[in-house]
Design a protein around this ligand. Structure first.
Ligand code: 8YV
Length: 332
């Protein structure tokens, strides 16, 4: 008789979805949503063969070396820069993420954040709540238009394409993008988007949205130099990862009027936010919630659970997790 496999759910998650794991495994979950230190995670992982992570736990070689029994890491996020995938692959550990299920929800939020920045929704709401609205004025909270403007997208993956479609087909925007590689013409046509080099993107965008995955090569892809190349009337929105944008440089650019406004859902060192961003008025700040619709957060949790069940050889898809990041591990 084989022993029951033990798995760890790193953070609080929908209890009924966590229960799906209990049909196959002995589950340690974290209903109080304690945020473990690296050492706390290392200890909690002892004896576990599977892990459901949320995208913020660091899964590195030190953690793997301390837990050589680990077989699967299932991120409840599409981004997986928290995971050393090469180290996992070398150890035969399956890594999975949650693409597709969050694309449209995240694109909705990116668009909303861009519109909020352009049309000064947060800034004007604070003004109203503070009791400062004593009379109307013709030029109060004027900002750049969104419809008909040029939308620039850095990172044209699934979410970038979904944002492009919204801009081109819903708001009559001219859409330009920059990406590591150019998309096939048919995809460009479907998104109503045209490929440009990065300098053109920065120079021509009225609204620049960042949707590129974080990696050493995208670190500070938008910094002081890039911000200085943008229009002074432009907005910048980051729904990708903290670290793709240099937050200190952005705060300075907003303060100096190098760009008009920004919308940020992700931050370097989150949940800490750069103090200078907290004191500039023309930036909308949200706590990493772009994928937070009820249906999408449930779909992400269900997909992570489906992946873990399959990766550990259980359920109808045993051995074939639906969305692996390193499928080469499965062929061994
Ligand atoms: C997650 C995200 O909510 O999918 C991603 O990459 O950043 C978000 O959708 C976050 O990682 C927590 O799971």
């Amino acid at each position: 008789e084989t022993a029951v496999q033990k798995v760890l759910v790193a953070r609080a998650a929908f209890p009924d979805i966590v229960d799906r794991l209990r049909a196959h495994f002995e589950v340690q979950d974290n209903p109080d949503d304690e945020v473990w230190s690296p050492e706390g995670l290392r200890n909690a992982l002892q004896g576990k063969v599977g892990l459901v992570a949320t995208g913020s736990e660091r899964i590195d070689e030190a953690l793997l070396a301390a837990n050589p029994q680990l077989k699967a890491v299932c991120n409840m996020a599409v981004g997986y820069n928290n995971i050393d995938v090469a180290a996992c692959t070398a150890r035969g550990i399956v890594v999975t993420n949650t693409p597709d299920v969050l694309t449209e929800t995240t694109a909705d939020f990116g668009f909303a954040l861009m519109m909020a920045a352009a049309r000064r929704i947060a800034e004007s709401e604070h003004y109203l709540r503070a009791g400062k609205w004593t009379k109307w004025r013709y030029d109060m909270f004027v900002g750049p238009d969104v419809h008909g403007a040029t939308l620039g997208i850095l990172g044209m993956g699934r979410i970038g394409q979904a944002i492009a479609r919204r801009g081109a087909h819903g708001f009559g925007m001219k859409v330009i993008y920059h990406n590591r590689s150019r998309l096939p013409e048919t995809t460009e046509a479907r998104c109503g988007a045209r490929y440009v080099d990065k300098a053109t993107l920065l120079r021509e965008a009225d609204h620049l949205v960042i949707v590129v995955p974080y990696s050493p090569s995208s670190h500070h892809a938008i910094g002081a130099v890039e911000l200085a190349q943008m229009k002074r009337t432009a907005t910048l929105t980051n729904i990708a990862r903290g670290g793709v944008v240099d937050d200190a440089a952005l705060a300075q650019a907003l303060r100096d009027g190098l760009i008009a406004a920004a919308g940020l859902d992700v931050f370097e060192g989150e949940p800490q936010v750069h103090p200078h961003l907290l004191t500039v008025p023309n930036v909308v700040l949200t706590p990493h919630i772009a994928s937070a619709s009820v249906a999408t957060r449930r779909a992400m949790a269900n997909l992570a659970v489906d992946n873990l069940i399959a990766a550990l050889g259980c359920g109808p898809d045993a051995g074939r997790p639906p969305t692996p990041v390193n499928p080469e591990v499965l062929k061994r």
